[in-house]
Design a binder for this molecule. Structure first.
Ligand SMILES: [Zn+2]
Length: 46
């Protein structure tokens, strides 16, 4: 299962052994399922 941290936007891969989903980088506990593709994409508005 792949999540990404809502705070630092890093990819966090969890295994079945991982019970608590938590970002290992910043310790934030709110992870969203999937990949932050929409966030990572370059934002060339103009
Ligand atoms: Zn994080």
């Amino acid at each position: 299962m792949v999540y990404f941290c809502l705070r630092c936007k890093k990819i966090v891969e969890t295994t079945a052994e991982t019970q608590s989903v938590r970002c290992p980088y910043c310790g934030f506990r709110a992870l969203k399922k999937g990949k932050p593709e929409l966030v990572v994409k370059t934002m060339k508005a103009k």
